[in-house]
Design a protein around this ligand. Structure first.
Ligand code: 5BU
Length: 275
């Protein structure tokens, strides 16, 4: 399956522009690290992105938590994405009817589709959420991840819910490029005799930390090695493990942690494709 192939070989199998660009960037920068920059000030956000930029393939944002948001933030983020060569993933977790999510994706204050290469959605409304978002995102070359699983204790996204999410993705492979999940989804939910050999979904995985197993609000962490090597996921998503927990950002420490997680994630990937 895809887990034994290189990111470069897999890039060639993707028709979606954003999926291909992400895999090519991963190979070029030798990085399967996505940093989740969940800070509330524009200046902290931009200084973290600038310092982690060389070590990452992707920046994950929650744009609605920035207190002093304005469009110069997006312009500067785009400049940094060109300077350091990474893609942008707004972790919006859409969850409404097709018409509403199309508006939330294209319009409002944030106009997410205009700058975010990748976004994500809960499968809970059914396939219409994919067609709603695709009506905006596909013409722009964007890609969508479905939330097949979550990292939190007691998550309801398990079992047949996860299987249905994978079936929904399989029916919309032009726009759905993969999943937020904790393990590979190859063949999950396939009908008896249904071949899924040609599918290559990307697995992006949050809940990654080297120094802690969780937080006090239900988050659960696994190491890059557990995620990439043992579970066959493709991208590690790291937030507080890199930018820290206090209110002051120590930019030197952020750089060191980004380098550390990049090295751990890449070593686990190299072990995986060689085994
Ligand atoms: P952390 O600081 O590494 O715990 O941040 C994890 C980020 O990933 C944070 O932005 C969450 O919103 C996001 N996340 C998650 O932690 N778990 C999930 O299952 C999903 C998203 Br989906």
């Amino acid at each position: 399956g895809p887990a034994s192939l290189s990111y470069a070989a897999r890039a060639k199998k993707h028709a979606n522009v954003s999926a291909r660009a992400l895999l090519e960037t991963m190979e070029l920068k030798r990085s399967n690290l996505c940093v989740s920059v969940d800070v509330t000030s524009k200046s902290d956000f931009l200084s973290i992105v600038d310092v982690v930029g060389p070590y990452i393939c992707l920046v994950k944002t929650h744009v609605d938590i920035i207190e002093d948001f304005d469009h110069t933030l997006i312009e500067q983020l785009r400049e940094l994405s060109v300077k350091h060569d990474f893609l942008i993933f707004e972790d919006r977790k859409f969850a409404d009817i097709g018409n509403t999510v199309a508006l939330q994706y294209s319009s409002g204050v944030y106009k997410i589709a205009s700058w975010s290469h990748i976004t994500n959605a809960h499968p809970v409304p059914g396939p219409s959420i994919i067609s709603g978002l695709a009506s905006v995102g596909l013409p722009l070359g964007r890609g969508l991840l479905l939330l097949a699983e979550m990292s939190t204790k007691g998550s309801l996204a398990t079992g047949s819910y996860t299987e249905e999410a994978v079936r929904m993705a399989r029916a919309h492979r032009d726009f759905v490029i993969g999943f937020i999940a904790q393990r590979r989804m190859d063949g999950v939910g396939a009908a008896p005799g249904e071949s899924t050999d040609d599918e290559d979904f990307l697995i992006l995985t949050p809940g990654v930390g080297l120094d802690s197993r969780g937080d006090s609000m239900g988050q659960q962490y696994r190491t890059p090695r557990e995620v990439i090597l043992d579970s066959g996921c493709d991208v590690i998503i790291v937030g507080r493990g890199i930018y820290g927990k206090g209110s002051n950002v120590d930019i030197q420490a952020v750089q060191e942690q980004a380098e550390r997680y990049r090295a751990e994630g890449w070593a686990a990937y190299q072990k995986r494709i060689k085994s």
